[in-house]
Design a protein around this ligand. Sequence first.
Ligand code: SF4
Length: 228
Amino acid sequence: MAVAPSVLTVLRSQAQDPVGLLRAASAQLGSAVGVLSSFGAESALLLAFVAEADPHMPVLFLETGRHFPETLAYRAELAEALGLTNVQDIRPTQAELDARDPTGELWAFDPDACCRLRKVEPMDLASLPYAALVTGRKQAQAATRALLPVVEEKAGGQLRLNPLAHWQAEEITREMKRRGLPPHPLVAQGYPSIGCAPCTQPVGQTEDPRAGRWAGLAKTECGIHTAS
Ligand code: SF4
């Protein structure tokens, strides 16, 4: 679903103001705007901006069946605290799980196939109705994200809106504290970046925050953001 150039101009004019950007997206695109959230370590700030702009905006959560229990509890706590009314679980069908991961151990021997089954394909399907998807990605998270723009055009015309693209980790922590947003409970246990439980390890204070994701493998992304 391509977005008109005039809408792009309006959105780009709000690139420095996360809430302004989300309000403009909601005004311009209505129900064709959704939010991707992992309810991870830094998700609360983006979700607070979403709640301020439009608490009814759909928030898509990939329910892989492999999350830490703390993440699922945090999802419920944050949605309640922020008044988000439309958090949706996105998951593969049981038939797909039975056919492609009958033992439930696909993550251990083919994590790319596991991410495709549990994340990439369900999100591709769920994102079809949306002209724009909001993400919490930041340039500072990884070398692969160093050039991430706030308003990103994907092949096929769908937009990714990345309101926090230019934010540094310290700014996010400061703003979360200022707003009284609860941190993910695992951050205090050494997890600065949190994904599925089998594929996430705690990291040392001097390590790259994403070093604990698929540690020991060349894999650095699940694929939902690298797909066009
Ligand atoms: S992060 Fe790990 S458990 Fe989660 S979908 Fe990917 S491979 Fe599977």
